[in-house]
Design a protein around this ligand. Structure first.
Ligand code: ZN
Length: 266
């Protein structure tokens, strides 16, 4: 009970006490909050001077290194790069390439057939037929390379594989000669195997070219003296090539009396 005349005074004092308590409470709260932040900072300290984690970049596969190099080499010589399907038809893989169904040379190609008409391509030559069919010779010569995977029914060993990489090349124009082919193959061999390599052509047989040749380069390991890599011959076989068979041109609707060309397979 407070006498009415004292009430203002008491009220004032109560207010003062409340203000003091509130201020101390706020200070204490503030103090704890600072302590919590300081503790957190201490625990989560990051040393920004530490070296960062090293990134692990992948590297190119050797096959891709060679493919990229060859593609840019041929693009530099005015060739276009063509990619065909790995599941190819009998029509493009064989028939268009002068290999009708009963042709004995089909035995050279141990083929994985999917059904009567579809197969895993044994060669990238199907790309040749597709490009030949479409090419407009009024716009200039045809120059293409077709890189890609091919499949054969071979037992895998050191020098055979059921799946390997090929690069097909085709040039068709008026007045293309065997010496154009020879010059081109020599340039390719020197680009890939080095300027000091010697080359030689041996007669060979392919159904899609006539005449056909195989090219050897002098062994990069023994320089022609003979070693296990070149089977003591001094030479390593690197590609097959030849002048495009007139049937291949005619199959694609190209007049073989006007146009001719050469093809190679690396
Ligand atoms: Zn050798």
């Amino acid at each position: 009970d407070i006498a009415p005349e004292n009430r203002p005074k008491v009220g004032q004092e109560v207010n003062q006490v409340r203000d003091i308590l509130q201020k101390q409470l706020d200070e204490a709260k503030d103090h704890f909050l600072q302590a919590v932040i300081a503790k957190k900072l201490e625990e989560e300290k990051i040393d920004v001077t530490l070296p960062g984690r090293e990134g692990h970049l992948g590297s190119k596969h050797p096959i891709n290194i060679i493919l990229d190099d060859l593609e840019s080499y041929f693009i530099g010589m005015g060739y276009e790069v063509v990619q065909g399907p790995e599941i190819e038809t009998d029509h493009y893989c064989f028939e268009m390439m002068n290999l009708p169904k009963d042709h004995p040379a089909r035995d050279m190609q141990a083929t994985f057939y999917i059904d009567e008409e579809d197969l895993l391509r044994t060669q990238t030559s199907g790309d040749q037929a597709r490009v030949l069919e479409k090419h407009d010779f009024s716009k200039g010569p045809l120059k293409m390379v077709g890189p890609g995977k091919v499949y054969r029914r071979d037992d895998d060993d050191a020098t055979h594989s059921h799946q390997f990489q090929q690069m097909e090349g085709l040039v068709v124009d008026k007045n293309v000669t065997m010496s154009d082919l020879k010059g081109t193959l020599e340039m390719i061999a020197k680009h890939v195997f080095g300027q000091d390599r010697k080359t030689r052509l041996r007669p060979s047989y392919f159904p899609f070219t006539e005449p056909s040749v195989e090219m050897d380069v002098s062994c990069f390991n023994c320089n022609g003296k003979g070693c296990p890599i070149c089977k003591y011959t001094g030479w390593i076989e690197v590609l097959g090539a030849g002048m495009v068979h007139p049937n291949v041109l005619e199959n694609a609707g190209v007049d073989s009396t006007v146009y001719g060309g050469f093809a190679f397979g690396l």
